[in-house]
Design a protein around this ligand. Structure first.
Ligand SMILES: C[S@@+](CC[C@H](N)C(=O)[O-])C[C@H]1O[C@@H](n2cnc3c(N)ncnc32)[C@H](O)[C@@H]1O
Length: 350
C-alpha cells in the first residue's frame, strides 16, 4: 500500500513561508480536481503585509517567525509545503546531516519534518540552490531529508514550459515516505499569450517617463507587440513575448511592457498564475514584492498533481478516469511557446 491516507478525510497540509499563498491555491485546486479537499492546519510568514494579503484571501492570519514555533506545536499534517527563502546557503557547513543546517530556515523545515513526520512534502527554491558551492549545498539538503526517512528527489522546472508567459526556473524538492519516485511533469504546455495577461486601460502612473522610454527605444530597434522589455545589468535590452523572472527587489523599470510601462500588480500576479479572484489588499509596492517572491502556481499544481497521484490521494484515480482538469485549465491558453505542443496532455491521455 502506498499510503495510509484516509480517502474520506481531507489532506491536511501546513503552509510554511506561505507568502501570499501560491502553494495554497495550487494544493486546493489539485485536491478539488481529484474529488477531495485539502485543509490548511497551519500557516506561517514573518512579513506583516503577506499576512494581511493571506488573511484577506484565505480568512486565516498566518503565524509569524517560524523560528519561534516549537515543532511539536505544529498540528499533525499529511503534507508540508514550503517555498523557503533563498538565504545565503554558505551558512551550511562541511559536516553531514541535520545539525549542520542549524541556523538556516531549511533547518526549521527539517526539524518540523523530524517531529511531525508528514507523509510527504514539497519545497521550492531558486535554481541557484542546485549549483551553489559546487552542488554541496543541495547534496547536504538531500542527505538531511533522506536521513529523516524520506525518499526525496529534486528537479528544476521552468514556468514557461507550464503555460505561464514567464521564464522562471525554480528547483522543486519532493519527498515522501514511499519508496517510489514521482513522475515529474514533462512540460510542453502551451504558453498563455501575453495579450491575455495584460490589462487594457492602465493608469498613467504605470508609464515610464518619456526620457526612459526614449532611452529604451534607442537601444532596441525591432520588436513584436506585445512584448516585455527586460534590461540586464549591463544595460542591454531584450524583448520577448513573455516576461523574464519577476523579482522582489528589482528596480521599477527592470521590466517594461512594449518599452513603455511597468507591469501592474494584477498583471504580475497573473504572470505567476494567481487567479483573478485573488484580492489585492496591499500597496502596489508590497504587492510587487509579494508577486516577485511568490511561486508559479501552475508549476506547483503539476508537481502536486504528480505527488497526489503517487500517494494515491483522491478517489478518481482508482476509477481510472482522472485526466487532470488542472492540466486542462492551463491548456486553455492559445499561445504556443517555441512551437511546443501540449505533450503533457498527450502523456496523460496515452
Ligand atoms: C520565497 S517567499 C515564499 C512565498 C510563497 N511561496 C508565496 O507563494 O507567496 C519566502 C517567504 O518567507 C517569509 N519568511 C522569511 N523568514 C521567515 C521566518 N523566519 N518565518 C516565517 N516566514 C519567513 C518571507 O516573508 C517570504 O514571504
Amino acid at each position: 500500500m502506498l499510503s495510509d491516507f484516509d480517502q474520506a478525510g481531507p489532506v491536511k497540509f501546513v503552509d510554511l513561508f506561505c507568502g501570499i499563498g501560491g502553494f495554497r491555491f495550487a494544493v486546493e485546486k489539485v485536491a478539488k480536481a481529484r474529488g477531495i479537499t485539502a485543509s490548511c492546519v497551519f500557516s506561517s510568514d514573518i512579513d506583516g503585509a503577506c499576512q494581511d494579503a493571506y488573511e484577506a484571501n484565505f480568512g486565516e492570519r498566518p503565524s509569524g517567525d517560524i523560528k519561534n514555533v516549537e515543532s511539536h506545536l505544529v498540528p499533525d499534517h499529511d503534507l508540508l509545503l514550503a517555498g523557503f527563502p533563498c538565504q545565503p546557503f554558505s551558512i551550511i557547513g562541511q559536516k553531514r546531516g541535520f545539525d549542520d543546517t542549524r541556523g538556516t530556515l531549511f533547518f526549521d523545515i527539517a526539524r518540523i519534518l523530524e517531529v511531525k513526520r508528514p507523509k510527504a512534502f514539497v519545497l521550492e527554491n531558486v535554481k541557484m540552490l542546485v549549483g551553489h558551492d559546487g552542488g554541496r549545498t543541495i547534496r547536504r539538503i538531500m542527505e538531511t531529508l533522506r536521513g529523516l526517512g524520506y525518499h526525496a528527489e529534486f528537479k528544476v522546472l521552468n514556468a514557461l514550459d507550464f503555460g505561464l508567459p514567464q521564464k522562471r526556473e525554480r528547483v522543486w524538492i519532493v519527498g515522501s515516505r514511499t519508496e517510489s519516485s514521482i513522475q515529474w511533469p514533462s512540460g510542453g504546455i502551451s504558453m498563455k499569450p501575453l495579450s491575455e495577461v495584460l490589462e487594457k486601460d492602465v493608469p498613467q502612473k504605470y508609464y515610464a517617463s518619456e526620457h526612459i522610454r526614449e532611452k529604451r527605444r534607442n537601444r532596441l530597434k525591432s520588436f513584436t507587440t506585445p512584448s516585455i522589455w527586460h534590461e540586464n545589468k549591463a544595460g542591454n535590452i531584450s524583448a520577448y513575448p513573455y516576461s523574464c523572472a519577476l523579482r522582489a527587489g528589482a528596480s521599477y523599470n527592470y521590466l517594461l511592457v512594449d518599452g513603455k510601462r511597468r507591469l501592474t500588480p494584477r498583471e504580475m500576479l497573473r504572470l505567476q498564475g494567481f487567479p483573478d479572484t485573488f484580492k489585492i489588499v496591499c500597496s502596489d509596492s508590497q504587492t510587487r514584492k509579494q508577486a516577485g517572491n511568490s511561486l508559479p502556481v501552475n508549476v506547483a499544481e503539476v508537481v502536486l498533481e504528480s505527488l497526489f497521484e503517487q500517494q494515491e490521494w483522491g478517489e478518481e484515480i482508482h476509477k481510472g478516469v482522472f485526466r487532470g482538469p488542472v492540466q486542462l485549465t492551463v491548456l486553455e491558453g492559445k499561445g504556443n511557446y517555441h512551437g511546443k505542443r501540449a505533450e503533457a496532455q498527450n502523456r496523460r491521455e496515452a
